[in-house]
Design a protein around this ligand. Structure first.
Ligand SMILES: NC(=O)c1ccc[n+]([C@@H]2O[C@H](COP(=O)([O-])OP(=O)(O)OC[C@H]3O[C@@H](n4cnc5c(N)ncnc54)[C@H](OP(=O)(O)O)[C@@H]3O)[C@@H](O)[C@H]2O)c1
Length: 207
């Protein structure tokens, strides 16, 4: 890969960190958009840090100028007092519009398995709204749909494992016979970067 500029949302978070690590190791340049501009990070000056500017579309667009691929991980895991899925949807639509205006070549977007506009669950409905918007945006895209990502820093599988090791009983929903297909976060990062290098519009179950 010849050196290009890549934008990774949340490079100091979970998925974004692994994507960033791989891009830097491949000699690529990385900027991150983040809510945590001042957070200590393992990349130091190797990553250009810019804040999400949801109230300033022009600044968001300027931040993405010169970017070849935008890797979008931005989302909120659950609704809470200060932040809701609806807000994450609105902000992501602004991010797609900024990418389009800035001339970003391709967007690699992190979705979820089985998103649906009819879902009663806001998480899955919001992800379906964003997939539709990206497909209709005119941007080149790869949509990746993980079920669950695991790795040293993940808080879901590691917390379940902790509970299983220490508690005499463990509650599960339903009969517990359902299945899901997790993916290691670094394998997901490799997939994201491989898709960033492509140009075909595609939607992939990252499982
Ligand atoms: N983790 C999984 O098992 C899993 C499974 C399926 C799909 N996904 C999808 O994978 C993507 C990345 O997940 P992740 O676990 O790697 O996310 P993450 O690193 O925790 O966050 C990704 C980005 O969203 C921002 N963000 C998250 N919560 C926020 C909040 N409450 N307020 C403001 N900004 C917030 C983060 O801000 P900062 O920059 O400040 O960190 C970061 O830029 C998401 O789109 C998620 O839906 C994850």
């Amino acid at each position: 890969m010849s050196p290009k500029l890549h934008a990774v949302t949340g490079a100091f978070g979970f998925t974004g960190r692994y994507i960033t690590q791989r891009l830097l190791a491949a000699g690529q340049r990385v900027l991150t958009l983040t809510s945590s501009v001042g957070r200590a990070n393992p990349f130091g000056a190797s990553v250009d840090v810019k804040p999400y500017t949801w109230d300033d579309q022009a600044a968001l667009t300027d931040a993405l100028r010169g970017v070849d691929v935008l890797y979008n991980t931005y989302w909120v895991r659950f609704n809470h007092r200060n932040f809701k899925h609806t807000e994450a949807v609105e902000n992501t639509l602004k991010l797609f519009a900024a990418a389009r205006q800035a001339g970003v070549r391709r967007v690699v977007h992190t979705s979820i398995t089985n998103p649906s506009l009819d879902s009663p669950l806001e998480y899955f409905r919001g992800k379906a709204v964003l997939e539709k918007a990206l497909k209709e945006s005119g941007l080149s895209y790869a949509i990746l749909r993980p079920a669950v990502l695991f790795g040293d820093e993940d808080i879901l599988v590691n917390n379940i494992a902790w509970a299983l090791r220490r508690l005499p009983v463990f509650g599960v929903f339903g009969r517990g016979g359902y299945r899901l297909q997790p993916m290691h976060v670094d394998d997901f990062a490799a997939l994201a970067i491989a898709q960033g290098a492509g140009s075909e519009n595609t939607t992939i179950d990252a499982i």
